[in-house]
Design a protein around this ligand. Structure first.
Ligand SMILES: NC(=O)c1ccc[n+]([C@@H]2O[C@H](COP(=O)([O-])OP(=O)(O)OC[C@H]3O[C@@H](n4cnc5c(N)ncnc54)[C@H](OP(=O)(O)O)[C@@H]3O)[C@@H](O)[C@H]2O)c1
Length: 263
């Protein structure tokens, strides 16, 4: 796929994996639409990419947990005649703690952003993609998608949704000219852990995290090849695959153990 003159929409582009993905697309001469809540960070990144790569970058500061936000975004781009060739549903967050004590707005916010906004954006942007030229969608799930996650029950469940939804859609879209990729990073050094409250967990202390640049590159390559599921990192791939052969109860217990924060 020649990415020159293509437009890529990336949600959650103000930091972490989305930020690194934006740089990779700009390097390959794609024009960008960057979405996140932090207007200033988006403007800063846009200026950097415009100056360095000579691409056009549009920023749209938006809180995607607000139910009308996906339609607002779609309508604005339609009005301005900006066709989206590649949609990257990357914005997402997690919240650590027992389900019974996590504030309701954190629980519902994860579902709204990780599931509802992602699904709504996919539906909105897919329709014009099916009528136009070759297009791509990448939904960012996680290795959390492959097993239940006590102490992050809702987050893991939202990512299981993203994986299942994306695989099903990839099948429906076969031969349509639109590819669907589900990208599954493992632990990655970004603002995610601080926001989620997972700093100090066994997972991060004993197993560690990959850097965002490497992770983004894995996602980018998989997307460009039109792969359906892309797991970043060999160790993450092994873990994700191995849980299929282990008893579910044991997998859930191990998942809790690595999420815990030892004193
Ligand atoms: N880091 C990991 O260990 C890891 C592992 C597996 C999967 N993932 C997934 O990778 C994706 C990217 O996460 P990351 O690690 O890069 O985390 P991050 O550094 O926290 O970045 C998250 C991005 O999403 C944006 N965002 C958050 N809430 C938003 C909202 N309500 N509306 C619009 N944008 C919002 C943030 O920008 P603003 O704050 O400016 O809105 C930021 O740009 C997420 O879907 C995450 O679940 C991460």
């Amino acid at each position: 796929m020649d990415t020159r003159s293509q437009t890529v929409l990336i949600t959650g582009a103000s930091g972490g994996i989305g930020y690194e993905l934006a740089k990779l697309f700009a390097r390959d001469h794609c024009n960008l639409v960057l979405v996140a809540r932090s207007a200033e960070k988006l403007t800063q990144l846009a200026t950097e990419l415009q100056n360095q790569f000579g691409v056009t970058v549009k920023t749209i500061p938006l809180d995607l947990t607000a139910p009308p936000a996906p339609k607002f975004l779609f309508d604005q781009l339609q009005r301005e005649n900006v066709p989206v060739d590649i949609l990257i549903n990357n914005a997402g967050f997690g919240a650590f703690g027992e389900f019974a004590v996590i504030p309701e707005e954190e629980i519902l916010g994860q579902i709204q952003l990780n599931v509802t906004a992602l699904t709504h954006l996919t539906r909105l942007f897919l329709a014009p993609m099916l009528k136009g030229r070759q297009s791509k969608i990448m939904n960012v799930a996680s290795t959390a998608a492959f097993q239940p996650g006590p102490l992050m029950a809702v987050y893991y469940a939202t990512k299981a949704y993203v994986l299942s939804f994306s695989e099903a859609l990839a099948n429906e879209l076969r031969g349509s000219g639109v590819t669907m990729t589900c990208f599954c990073p493992g632990p990655t050094n970004t603002g995610f852990a601080k926001r989620a409250g997972t700093e100090g967990s066994r997972l991060l202390k004993q197993i560690g995290a990959m850097d965002a640049e490497t992770v983004a590159r894995d996602g980018y390559r998989g997307l460009m090849k039109g792969k359906t599921v892309v797991i970043s990192g060999t160790r993450n791939w092994l873990v994700a695959e191995s849980v299929r052969f282990a008893p579910r109860k044991m997998v859930t217990a191990v998942s809790r153990w690595i999420a815990e924060k030892p004193e």
